[in-house]
Design a protein around this ligand. Sequence first.
Ligand SMILES: Nc1ncnc2c1ncn2[C@@H]1O[C@H](COP(=O)(O)OP(=O)(O)OP(=O)(O)O)[C@@H](O)[C@H]1O
Ligand SMILES: [Mg+2]
Length: 334
Amino acid sequence: MARLVRSIYVKEFRGIRRLRGEVELRSFNVVIGRNNVGKSALLEALYLLPSPWPAQGDPLLGKPRTQLVAELHSGFTSSLVYGYSGVAMIRYALGSTDDVILLGADGVVGSVIAGEEVESPDAYVKRLASILGIGTEEVPRLTFLIPSSGRFIKALSDVLLSSHVWSSIVKSGVHRRVVRNLIDPVVHDLFTEVLIEGSRLRLRKEVSEDIGPLYIDTADLGDGVERLCLAALALEYLRPRLVLWDDIEASAHPGLIEAVLRWLASRDWQVVISTHSLDVLFELLSIWPRDSGVIVLRKGRDDVVEHRVLELEDLEKMLSSGIDVRKVVDELEL
Ligand SMILES: Nc1ncnc2c1ncn2[C@@H]1O[C@H](COP(=O)(O)OP(=O)(O)OP(=O)(O)O)[C@@H](O)[C@H]1O
Ligand SMILES: [Mg+2]
């Protein structure tokens, strides 16, 4: 699995006043820590990498990334800045030695790439593309975030219905592959494909010969399968270099968690997921993705966030001796 971001540093972004030290990222990362510690904020900061500028929105959802992140919370882009005023700073270390820095306050105030100030949104994308050795058209697809929000899932379903997205999904066979490889193994129903039926996104469900196929609206699926289906379609369509999946266990049975983690670990993209679930940690150990680690976050009363990367060997020792790693974060040496 390829690493797009080697490390990230965040200051004055959402609830993180600052990180104590850069967070090093592996190819496959699982973020854990108490509620409010900044897990979502960290994933959101990573999501902004392709462009924080309003002029360049998310390639699938069409809106500026800062707006999409704000809409997951209060809706105001000013809420992206710690204490609602000042300047937020996110620094990414990318594959090469170059750093990308972006500064935002009530939107974007500027960015610095490899020590040079970048003046326009276009220049930002060009510089990023040249650092990464990719075409500028690939930049918007670098990162994609699956938040744990019902509204987001609904928006995703509307976007997937648009004709240019859907025709590309059908052309590449993703509408069948996602169902066959990800959904069928985790449910008793037999689904065969996702399709557009009466301007709705539906799954074809084979019942029995006397009844014939049913077409079930994705919104009528169980929450876990609905989220998996739409997220997997979006990720297969976009093929981002960095997949960010917040609260991956939301509405997921352990069987579904196993299928998602296996699928994520089998692809050539970097993965950062967050979780509160022991099931995710146990499945992580059973899959043992190459170059993986568990990032433990802890926040003090001063909103400074500390972290430590646990090796899977450490996690295995803790879990096998009955220690709930989620509950001992306060005692861990960081
Ligand atoms: N603009 C802001 N200024 C100061 N604090 C903020 C700001 N925005 C969010 N916060 C704080 O950030 C915290 C929420 O952070 P975040 O959503 O990243 O937590 P989390 O670790 O994902 O939590 P959970 O496990 O519940 O999902 C809250 O304590 C909130 O008060
Ligand atoms: Mg969160």
